[in-house]
Design a protein around this ligand. Structure first.
Ligand code: ATP
Ligand code: MG
Ligand code: MG
Length: 553
């Protein structure tokens, strides 16, 4: 589907194609570091990169793992990332790459720069290097090792690779300009010594490339045409360009766009990892997490996430998107595509005193009024049913149109019932209601044309299934979770009531064979999806989102 107006990234690409740049090829990449699970911010980048590849003729998009830091990276993350990209509906086909596959190539390029006198081995400690770098207002200071001959640096670089030096004792630096107004250009580090086992290359390497050095080479080797990244990298672009120009290799164009921020949400993997490690949530796929796997378990559909990414678009200015917009996109999709069922989250028993014991009948219910193809189902009705405790009031205020003593209401798809009696325990708590039904109203309408104001959902007591229902609220109380008192961090803003577990809920028997991630609308309550923790004897549902849309257009 053609977007109405092209965003600035697509405009650049379209112009490049028309100008015949890169032989009129479009080749993007999505380059996650496998140091955590993907989140909704990554989805924005995925939809942009894979979206562009799918929209322009002959467009391609690589999935590339930027696995250059062995300390934080794991195979578990690689697998989850592949699963999440696929689940979102994108396909890298045979274009799966790992930056670690280019370690030898990167090293050879580094040797070239050393030989050209454009890089040198430095013996300063990491602290000294930081100190010598200077600040925005103060120029940097040159390292005393800066004027080493290429021969000496080359020898040291080879010995760094061989493992002769301990961590932190030597680095390879680009020889650019210690007085550049751009701090990134003040002789940035290209390699550091790090005796660590890499999840793919094992112990083959004990020097590892830094991001800025590695990333341009990765893009270049893969023939990427447009290297799309977030705004923080704007002032890294001169360095990206410097490396590729010095090497004289294929030179993709780096384009920066604004990263996604959401209200009441933290997005950085470092913070998400803390939430997991400190037990604030129940794993990366906890339904309160903004990870793709968390959203998936919560009941988000891939289509809802893609629609959200399309709605927010792409631009050059950082902003924070209201979480309500994400939920709005979700509701629109779920309203169209999820089947309706009846579930009672806070059951109150109702005995239909004039309905025969040991009998039941089956009523026709519409699965999805938005989708005629979704068909119909049978819902069993019997003498004892459950309704929502909140749908009855002994002394109803004026605007309460649901059940009350002496009042008649409709049971959805079933009959009109009238409340005759309220049964209480010794402490005065209501334990059940006694009602009568009108058999002539089967299906929900009275032949004599009399009207009722309330329609309630219900579940047959004999047929209903037990369920646990997990009600979620925002994980953070504050719009900006990083807005804290002195000495606190974002965890101080965690909402202590972000999860309420309801047990003893009743759902219609139609849900007996539900599979994890199956999505439903519980009529009158909200959207829910089955959780993987459910068993045959105890179903578990997650509340995805309530029915009421809070997005102010
Ligand atoms: P984090 O800061 O959450 O750790 P990252 O940028 O370090 O994120 P990467 O694995 O390097 O994570 O990200 C892969 C790609 O996803 C990058 O191109 C990055 O720009 C993009 N990306 C990451 N976070 C966001 C975001 N919030 N919005 C848009 N794109 C993002
Ligand atoms: Mg990164
Ligand atoms: Mg990161």
């Amino acid at each position: 589907e053609e977007p109405k107006r092209l965003d600035f990234v697509r405009t650049i690409i379209k112009e490049d194609l028309q100008a015949g740049k890169n032989d009129s090829r479009v080749h993007t990449r999505f380059p996650p570091e496998p140091n955590g699970y993907l989140h909704i911010g990554h989805a924005k980048s995925i939809c942009l990169n894979f979206g562009i590849a799918s929209e322009f003729p002959g467009g391609k998009c690589n999935l590339r793992f930027d696995d250059t830091n062995p300390i934080k990276e794991e195979a578990e993350y690689v697998n989850s990332i592949m699963e999440d990209v696929k689940w979102l509906g994108w396909d890298w086909e045979d274009r799966l790459y790992f930056a670690s596959d280019y370690f030898e190539q990167m090293y050879q390029y580094a040797v070239e720069l050393v030989k050209k006198g454009k890089a040198y081995v430095d013996d300063l400690t990491p602290e000294q290097i930081r100190e010598y770098r200077g600040t925005l207002t103060e120029p940097g200071k040159e390292s005393p090792y800066r004027d080493r001959t290429p021969e000496e640096s080359l020898d040291l670089l080879e010995r760094m690779r061989k493992g002769e030096f301990p961590d932190g004792t030597k680095v390879l630096r680009a020889k650019i300009d210690m007085s550049s107004p751009n701090l990134n250009m003040r002789d940035p580090v290209m390699y550091r010594v790090l005796h660590a086992t890499h999840h793919r290359t094992g112990d083959k390497w004990c020097i590892y490339p830094m991001y800025d050095w590695a990333h341009g080479i990765e893009d270049s080797v893969e023939g990427i045409t447009h290297s799309i990244c977030t705004l923080e990298f704007e002032n890294h672009r001169p360095l990206y360009d410097w490396f590729l120009d010095e090497l004289g290799v294929h030179h993709p164009q780096q384009i920066e766009f604004a990263r996604l921020n959401l209200t009441n949400t933290v997005m950085s993997k470092r913070k998400l990892l803390r939430l997991v490690q400190e037990g604030h949530v129940d794993g990366w796929d906890d339904p309160r997490m903004p990870t793709i796997s968390g959203l998936r378990r919560r009941g988000y559909s891939p289509a809802a996430i893609r629609k959200f990414c399309k709605t927010i678009g792409v631009n050059k200015f950082n902003s924070t998107i209201d979480l309500a917009l994400l939920e709005h996109c979700l509701r629109e999709d779920l309203n169209e595509h999820s089947n309706r069922v009846m579930a009672v989250l806070d059951p109150l028993k109702v005995v239909i005193t004039n309905y025969p014991e040991d009998e039941f009948d089956e009523l026709d219910a519409i699965n999805n009024p938005q989708d005629p193809d979704a068909g119909m189902r049978k819902v069993p009705f019997s003498r004892e049913i459950y309704i929502e405790r909140g749908d009855f009031m002994e002394e109803p205020p004026k605007k309460f149109f649901r059940l009350a003593p002496g009042r008649e209401v409709r049971l959805r798809y079933a009959y009109f019932i009238t409340c005759q009696d309220v049964v209480k325990d010794n402490e005065g708590n209501i334990v059940e209601l006694h009602c009568t039904y009108d058999p002539a109203t089967r299906g929900g309408d009275a032949p004599d044309g009399r009207k009722v104001k309330g329609t309630l959902h219900w579940v047959s007591a004999k047929h209903g299934l037990d369920a646990q229902v997990r009600l979620y609220e925002n994980l953070f109380n504050k719009e900006n979770p990083d807005d804290t008192e002195e000495g606190q961090d974002f965890t101080a803003n965690i909402n202590p009531d972000s999860l309420e577990v309801r047990t003893g809920c009743k759902v219609e028997p139609h849900l007996a064979d539900v599979k994890p991630e199956q999505r439903f609308q519980f009529e009158r309550i909200g959207y829910f999806c089955a959780d993987k923790d459910g068993t045959k004897d105890r179903l578990v549902f997650n509340r995805t989102v309530g029915l009421r849309d809070t997005w102010a257009k």
